[in-house]
Design a binder for this molecule. Structure first.
Ligand SMILES: [Zn+2]
Length: 395
């Protein structure tokens, strides 16, 4: 089964120039091949897909720009042309009166088709390197699942999108072992159903004084002067440091869960965001959400290549429900403790939620919950976990 995932893409100016040039070249090829098909028909011969395919090679002398487009992409232009020709002749067979296939104008030719090869996805950096185009960052708001068989790059007005076509249903054999539910913590980064609480990293907050200092230093300098460049470089280095620390933290933490469990249950972020839409969010909340989204992306792809099952559950009532007796115990964001008036169960609110997430994900019935104190793991402890080997990713 092929499933498409569409993401916004952000090519820089140079890459965008190459994309537009490649689109122009592909459109030229499309129209050229179509024109030659028309001419061939008028002369009484029957053009073939294989014939136009072979023609691409000789056309490269006529239009050297073709050499700047990845060869598979050119092949897909021919493929698209022929699916349009077939679709048209099918419509004619069905008795509709229709003219010839039309030439494409620039506004109607907007997609480059990378099929099977010519691209390399970096899930961690959220970038794709395209042969003959360059590296394009994209926003993976929702991680894709499966093996990517092809990527479309498409322009819509001023915006660019990548559409990943992923084949699903093929993955590593599932491993046996323990399962866990993980909840986004309010004070902790995550709390899981085994009672582990991971400290919330505050890399940004911790480095804020340093960053403010560098920012002031940049502001005092004359723009584009030598000293301004130096100060800017320092500021960028400080930002990079935060980014690297955070990535390192997320990698090691996700590795810990994927190595330790056969099944991981989390809340479905998409549903959660839909439901919480419109509620106030602060800067810290945004940073935290971004980290959490990335953590899930890391978990999801690491799980897939390790044969760990990754289950997303509907977040409805996971916080409010008592994990011990199933009663709804209303709480606000300020309530740190779940205190059930019906059965007397008292627990950290996030631990209670994690147990619910685990139970829903594993489709287990309610049963008495073990009353355990939370086991705290610090950011430093996570960072000192062993460095993982780079994961193997096909595609
Ligand atoms: Zn209860």
């Amino acid at each position: 089964m092929i499933v498409s995932y569409k993401y916004r893409a952000y090519p820089d100016a140079i890459t965008e120039g190459r994309l537009n040039t490649a689109l122009d070249t592909c459109r030229w090829l499309y129209n050229k091949l179509l024109e030659e098909c028309h001419t061939a028909q008028e002369n009484g011969s029957t053009p073939t897909m294989r014939g136009t395919q072979a023609r691409i090679v000789t056309l490269k002398d006529e239009n050297p720009a073709l050499k700047d487009v990845y060869s598979k992409v050119l092949q897909m232009v021919n493929y698209t042309l022929w699916s349009n020709i077939r679709a048209l002749s099918q419509t004619k067979k069905n008795g509709r009166k229709i003219g010839k296939l039309r030439f494409k104008s620039a506004s109607r030719y907007r997609t480059l088709n990378y099929n099977q090869s010519g691209f390399k996805i970096d899930s961690e950096q959220s970038t794709i390197a395209f042969s003959k185009i360059g590296t394009i960052p994209f926003s993976m708001h929702r991680p894709y699942v499966g093996t990517v068989k092809g990527i479309l790059i498409t322009r819509s007005g001023d915006n660019w999108y990548v559409i990943l076509q992923a084949e699903q249903g093929v993955s590593e054999p599932k491993k046996e072992g323990r399962s866990v539910g993980i909840d986004v913590g309010l004070t902790s980064f995550v709390v899981d159903s085994d009672g582990t609480a991971i400290e919330n990293p505050r890399f940004f907050e911790q480095s804020q004084r340093k960053i403010k200092k560098f920012q002031r230093s940049v502001a005092r300098k004359k723009r584009f002067s030598k000293n301004w460049m130096k100060a800017t470089a320092k500021l960028e280095k400080a930002y990079d440091h935060i980014t690297n620390q955070r990535r390192d933290f997320l990698h090691k933490l996700s590795r810990r869960y994927v190595d330790g469990y056969a099944t991981i249950c989390v809340e479905d972020l998409n549903i959660k965001y839909l439901k919480e839409n419109g509620k106030s969010t602060g800067l810290r909340r945004n940073i935290h959400d971004a980290s959490w989204g990335r953590f899930l992306a890391f978990l999801s792809y690491k799980a897939e290549s390790a044969g760990t099952e990754f289950i997303r559950v509907d977040p409805r009532d996971t916080t409010q429900m008592c994990s011990n007796c199933g009663s709804i115990v209303k709480k606000t964001l300020a309530d740190r403790v779940h205190n059930c008036p019906y059965c007397g169960f008292v627990a950290d609110r996030d631990y209670n939620a994690a147990v619910n997430i685990h139970r829903v994900g594993m489709e287990q019935p309610l049963e008495p919950v073990e009353r355990i104190p939370l086991h705290h793991i610090s950011v430093m402890q996570v960072l000192s976990m062993k460095q993982e080997a780079p994961p193997f990713r096909a595609g």
